[in-house]
Design a protein around this ligand. Structure first.
Ligand SMILES: Nc1ncnc2c1ncn2[C@@H]1O[C@H](COP(=O)(O)OP(=O)(O)OP(=O)(O)O)[C@@H](O)[C@H]1O
Ligand SMILES: [Zn+2]
Length: 750
């Protein structure tokens, strides 16, 4: 890429050009700098800022169509005051559609463009020249003295090709000084190469499985759009185990086959990014994709970022932040498990990765596939309206039946006191194990018990920093707050009344369930899968391989087990508390519980033998339970849709949450009062009714020592709310020390 790009953004100023440069920092708009020559938009530069030198990007003029955020313009600064650019970074410019994406995300989420750019330039080290590595190859001289150690080094390099000193020493079982000695003697030559080996290329010409008619039709539709290179949104709506992954792999193959440059992004919920998925990809394409998520180390991040920017990384699979990677030529996006709540980012810039992925596809002109067995209502409504194209897979692959789901009425068939598995589930567990098949028990609660209280005085163990109970983790012998991570030893006596041996655990967590299962099935091999026991991907891989190989009889897990696993011998799923997600009554509680239980039920009977699912519930008539038992998800979603439509709730209306927090409770309350006093009400210019609810203490009224208060704006219609929100926020100053977080389209109401 040369400087003589065609998108010049600069005015000439006495031989120097004026460039508008956006910095990855929270303040409002781009700043102007001078440079000796025009530079293409998107180019990455080093510029002075006060005493520092920082990275910035030559920014295109605002897109007139975007919902514009008023920027502090820098245009008024006179030329003499502008500083020159310090230098250019050797990296291809960000593409025009990526720059526009930053503008749109910032405008939509009501944040500054600089903060969004910071999510793109997330790996500063990737902008440095790649680290080099010294490798040693055979030289011209024969060493005068050929000791056995030296001979082994020469043999290793002759066999394996050029090696680093460390690798050669390891291969020969000698110290590195032997390698260096050979180099000094001229028997080896040293050269410097980039430490980043290129990623192996996935091969799209390898044959995939023979697809069923339904699968083939779905794949053809997506491949058509991929080959045409045009924006289209597909909803791949297929029951669990129907081969959605196989279908989108075909689209990946089509995108790879287009040319040598097209890149593909697959977004998955973080915990679904499993070794099983990666193995499947590798089996299909002969190479692993580039992986991007929070557990990827610094060196791998740097390498992945740079390779994405340079275009040499072809397939990237990642959690939501992968959406902000600097692709050169994006030709396909897949969002797997599109309904998953973890696509909503709840820290920093609050965005929904699925929605922003659709935006990115539309700006970049590429197709996007949203895949799910339980599409979100948002997506389903878009599909029904014809904005998205729905592709259905109605059957499991290879004729496997969907599992038989039944409710266990806990009022009629309760487990004995202090136990959590009801008799009908226990009986089926015995039969299943006797047949040599596997059982999965699902309980979405980490730790031993959700609550510990004192039998003598009724005191409950609470987190000192949050309005939340401390959760006992018996495996680690500690109490833990699941909101802030605060932890401490299990107290020997009640901290309130001092009574000894008086603390009792209330309710079940997975660890307690483990205890019960161990006592009732002493012969069974039991594994507990939670984020506590699987804190590293390699550990998860081992666990999963063990289960798939049949070395485990009973798997007990939290939501971590619901995502995408395929265990052929697993035929029974027991949901210990099907009502758990329905309590609390947030807007999407029913929808989310339906989705989660469908996913976990979908792990049962995926291969030759049929599956059964037991839902333990105190309310078998609840519409969610009823829909699962009758296999009538469509009716449940229709009901849900009716309710939302009637109340003009998303996706038929809009919500914006304001979350106020600060150390001083009265300052937080006062800020809430001010915001309420200036709140919009009545009708928007578009004629949609708006109403502001609150301020009210957040359900998590204290978090990490901060007091929290919430307000909720509800607009009965889908007009844009951003301008209204900006005006409102401008009208009232928060009290000093109070932060106001704006959450457009909130998913969490805590
Ligand atoms: N056409 C096919 N030929 C051979 N195997 C297939 C085919 N389609 C699907 N399978 C296999 O069936 C199993 C289920 O498929 P897959 O995991 O793609 O389904 P899914 O719809 O993504 O499932 P879920 O939503 O439950 O995660 C996998 O082991 C997959 O390899
Ligand atoms: Zn806490």
């Amino acid at each position: 890429m040369t400087d003589a790009g065609k998108n010049l953004t600069a005015d000439s100023v006495e031989g120097m050009v004026r460039l508008s440069v956006l910095l990855p920092m929270p303040f409002a708009g781009p700043l102007d700098y001078l440079y000796a020559a025009p530079v293409s938009e998107g180019s990455i530069l080093r510029v002075p800022l006060g005493p520092r030198e920082v990275t910035g990007v030559v920014w295109p003029a605002a897109d007139t169509k975007r919902p514009s955020a008023p920027d502090k313009s820098d245009r008024t600064v006179s030329v003499e005051k502008l500083k020159p650019v310090a230098g250019r970074v050797d990296m291809p410019p960000l593409t025009p559609d990526l720059c526009r994406f930053v503008d749109w995300v910032a405008a939509y989420t009501l944040t500054s463009r600089g903060r969004v750019l910071r999510m793109i330039l997330s790996v500063p080290a990737a902008l440095e020249p790649p680290p080099v590595q010294r490798i040693f190859a055979p030289g011209r001289e024969r060493p005068a003295r050929l000791t056995p150690a030296r001979a082994r080094v020469l043999d290793a390099i002759a066999a394996q090709g050029p090696l680093s000193a460390r690798a050669a020493a390891e291969a020969a079982g000698v110290s590195e000084s032997v390698v260096r000695g050979l180099a000094k003697a001229g028997a080896l030559t040293m050269r410097e190469v980039s430490a980043d080996a290129p990623y192996p290329l996935p091969d799209p010409t390898r044959p995939g499985p023979a697809l069923s008619d339904e699968q083939a039709a779905a794949a053809a539709a997506v491949c058509g759009a991929v080959t045409a290179g045009e924006y289209a949104v597909f909803l791949l709506d297929g029951v669990t185990g129907s081969g959605k992954t196989e279908v989108y792999f075909e689209a990946v193959a089509a995108a790879l086959s287009r040319d040598d440059e097209t890149q593909i992004l697959v977004l998955v919920p973080e915990i679904a990014l499993t070794s099983q998925w990666l193995d499947r990809f590798e089996a299909r394409f002969g190479a692993r994709p580039v992986v991007w998520h929070s557990d990827v180390g610094q060196a791998a991040r740097r390498r992945a970022w740079a390779a994405t920017a340079r275009g040499s990384a072809r397939v990237i699979v990642g959690a939501r932040s992968a959406l902000f990677l600097p692709f050169r030529k994006l030709g396909l996006i897949v969002v797997d498990e599109e309904h998953d709540p973890s696509f909503k980012q709840e820290d920093g810039v609050l965005y929904h990765a699925r929605d922003m992925a659709v935006l990115r596809a539309s700006l970049g002109g590429c197709p996007i596939v949203l895949a799910s067995a339980t599409p979100s209502l948002e997506t389903a409504v878009n599909a029904d309206a014809g904005r998205y194209r729905r592709l259905r897979l109605t059957a499991r692959h290879g004729g496997a039946a969907l599992p038989d789901i039944r409710a266990v009425d806990m009022r009629r068939d309760p487990p004995p006191p202090g136990r959590w598995i009801a008799p009908p589930l226990e009986a089926d567990m015995r039969d299943t194990l006797a047949r040599g098949e596997q059982v999965m028990l699902f309980l979405n609660r980490r730790g031993y018990a959700p609550l510990t209280l004192c039998r003598t005085c009724g005191h409950r163990l609470e987190c000192p920093h949050c309005s939340a109970w401390m959760v006992e983790h018996r495996f680690q012998r500690r109490m833990q707050c699941h909101h802030c991570g605060h932890s401490g030893p299990v107290p020997p006596a009640c901290p309130s009344c001092g009574a000894e041996d008086s603390l009792v655990a209330c309710g079940p967590g997975v660890e307690r369930l483990f205890e019960e299962v161990g006592a009732r099935f002493p012969e069974a091999r039991i594994a507990v899968m939670t984020s506590d026991t699987l804190d590293h991907p390699s550990e998860t891989a081992r666990f999963v391989a063990d289960i798939a190989a049949g070395n485990v009889d009973i798997v007990i897990g939290t939501q971590i087990v619901t995502k995408g696993y395929h265990f052929p011998q697993l035929t029974l799923v027991g949901v210990i508390d099907a009502d758990l997600g329905l309590r609390g009554g947030d807007l999407r509680a029913g929808e989310r519980t339906y989705q989660q239980l469908t996913q976990v039920a979908g792990r049962a009977g995926r291969a030759a033998r049929p599956g059964r699912v037991f839902l333990q519930t105190y309310d078998p008539a609840h519409p969610v339970v009823d829909a699962l038992v009758k296999g009538d998800g469509a009716r449940f979603m229709a009901l849900e849709e009716d309710g939302r439509r009637r109340h003009a709730m998303p996706p038929f209306g809009r919500l914006v949450a304001l979350i106020l927090s600060g150390r001083d409770e009265s300052a937080v309350i006062e800020t809430g009062r001010r915001l309420a006093a200036t709140a919009p009400s009545g009708q928007t210019p578009g004629g949609e009714a708006v109403q502001v609810l609150g301020p009210a203490p957040a359900p998590l009224a204290r978090l990490r020592g901060y007091y929290r208060v919430r307000l909720l704006l509800h607009q009965r219609g889908l007009g844009r709310v951003q301008a209204l929100m900006r005006d409102w926020l401008k009208r009232s100053e928060p009290v000093k020390g109070v932060t106001v977080k704006v959450d457009i389209d909130p998913y969490s109401f805590l």
